[in-house]
Design a protein around this ligand. Structure first.
Ligand SMILES: Cc1cc2nc3c(=O)[nH]c(=O)nc-3n(C[C@H](O)[C@H](O)[C@H](O)COP(=O)(O)O)c2cc1C
Length: 203
């Protein structure tokens, strides 16, 4: 897809929030905050105008072919530019890059090139997209589709190139950002409960 071939916009059948009591239920709010996600900055470039936006709602939808979804509020500047450009990059932040997460979410940051002035970035050699330096990973995506979901939009992008860096991920959990430290956990791959065993054994 490119600028001459706009994204097809599907629409998921999600009712407006005002009609859904779960939207204001504190138990639901607290529970969804317990979903841990990484933190990314989506970057794009159209007509000489670069832009970056912080997005934690990024998921791998499909590994083969590699398709990522990114959920942005309707009317986000990033979405308009990414649709026009037909491409964007997903910059996965490390725990050292929380300030970048705040910067690319700041409504008062300058528009266009000004928002990259004090940020370490370079041009992706194949696409010309601005990509951030020192990230945990960078995935360059071609926009495949745009799906409206309530008052948000899901960008579905096919990964066309990627590279990995070093460090540990910046994560969003419980409404805050954290660095991470990984440790091993007990697992039993392929384990089957013995016949006649009572209880699940998983509590
Ligand atoms: C840690 C963090 C995660 C965020 N995740 C999202 C997200 O997943 N979707 C979204 O629409 N906005 C998210 N935001 C807010 C956007 O970054 C912010 O509204 C941004 O300015 C909107 O982009 P725009 O400049 O393209 O309009 C997040 C902000 C922060 C600080």
């Amino acid at each position: 897809m490119n600028a001459a071939e706009p994204a097809s916009t599907g629409r998921a059948s999600v009712k407006p929030a005002s009609t859904d009591p779960a939207s204001t239920d504190p138990a639901v709010r607290d529970a969804v905050l317990r979903l841990t996600t990484g933190v990314t900055v989506l970057t794009t470039l159209h007509d000489g105008r670069p832009h970056g936006s912080t997005v934690s709602a990024v998921n791998l939808v499909l590994r083969n072919p590699p398709i990522l979804s990114a959920g942005l509020r309707g009317g986000a500047v990033l979405t308009g530019l990414a649709v026009a450009a037909g491409q964007y990059a997903v910059n996965v932040l490390t725990h050292r890059q929380a300030l970048l997460a705040d910067w690319f979410a700041n409504p008062d940051r300058p528009a266009g090139a000004g928002q990259f002035e004090r940020v370490g970035w370079e041009s992706d050699p194949d696409t010309g997209l601005p990509v951030l330096r020192h990230t945990l990973a960078t995935l360059v995506c071609r926009l495949e589709d745009l799906v409206a979901v309530g008052d948000h939009e899901l960008l579905l992008g096919r990964v066309i190139s990627a590279r990995s860096g070093h460090g540990s991920p910046l994560v969003s959990y419980g409404g805050a950002l954290y660095g991470t430290e990984f440790h091993d956990v007990a697992r039993r791959r392929g384990w089957r409960a013995p016949a006649g065993a009572s209880g699940t054994g998983f509590d």
